[in-house]
Design a protein around this ligand. Sequence first.
Ligand SMILES: *Cc1c(COP(=O)(O)O)cnc(C)c1O
Length: 384
Amino acid sequence: MNDHADEPAAAIGDGTRAVRAGLPEPAKNEPPLPGPVFAAHFHLPGDVSGPYTYGRDTNPTWTLLERAIGELEAPGQDVDTIVFASGMAAVSAVLLSQAGTGDTVVLPDDGYQALPLVREQLEAYGIHVRTAPTGDDAQLAVLGGARLLWIETPSNPGLDVCDIRRLVDAAHAGGTLVAVDNTLATPLGQRPLELGADFSVASGTKGLTGHGDLLLGYVVCRDPELAATVRRWRKIVGAIPGPMEAWLAHRSLATIQLRAQRQWTNALAVAEALADHGDVTGLRYPGLPADPSHKTAARQMRGFGSVVSFTLPDRAHAERFMAALHLVEDATSFGGVRSTAERRGRWGGDPVPEGFIRLSAGAEDTDDLVTDVLRALDAAGTGV
Ligand SMILES: *Cc1c(COP(=O)(O)O)cnc(C)c1O
């Protein structure tokens, strides 16, 4: 529970909220953010009451982090947050705890690359899966009778956007629950619960924590009964975050607004520079006014994210571009303070062209980053 929920919480700015999110009331001689609590079990004389009993069920370091994430995802609202060992632990916890044999689940067909693996598992348990693209709210057409709708917006790596409120209204009218994967936007960029979703689910590995030094996932949910079913799933599967990771994540949250604002500025600047380059096709960034996602994104997002995607003429061209970058590291994942990019086709999982690049803008100085990207593009074009 988000004990600190009160009216002023919704009124303050994102940066003000972020630097204090989840912190306990100041107490003399105590640190602002208590250190990680390493405990498999807690002293428990007599009956088994009290918040902390066994380390797979609860941990005080998680409690503070869960409060912080809840404050960012749904300021001023009473919500439940459950942290997990990774984004996929959180994704699977919602899908597998909410759907049972004979139920139908609707997934995007252009979502995160591990979703098809989850689909296979759902089908192995006798759960029916329907898919449709994220763009044009195409999932609307396949909602009928579904138990759960899974939305990923903006989608990774294609950066299509769907209208969360519109999909939620249609889903709820038919008794369908809605979960939104909020990884790419982060709670600074988008608040799915305010748009009516039942669950906001994300990987905390990416922009939420931003330093590329931990894996984490979370689920935020308004309905305590739904939250209890997800919490129970964590208990029986045991997909819990380590206290050190939870503490590092909480420490990183204090700077989320600083990081996000610089990264969004950098992503837009890179996208604008790419838009004018002759070797670039298929450029996508929801913050570009000409982008097909822009209208919907501008309505429901508070920031357009750190990820830009585009296509170079072929695989060799894309590999030359990657090799010529100095400030942008060749690595997967996104949302970190150091810019990264990769030729996405090297994984073989996403339906993308061979020359497709996913670039995540970091917190470097904008001019340095744009200069590096343009210089690498020129080098790649001449075959250097
Ligand atoms: C990375 C990612 C995940 C999975 O998160 P992990 O922390 O790597 O398990 C889920 N959804 C999206 C959109 C992602 O980008």
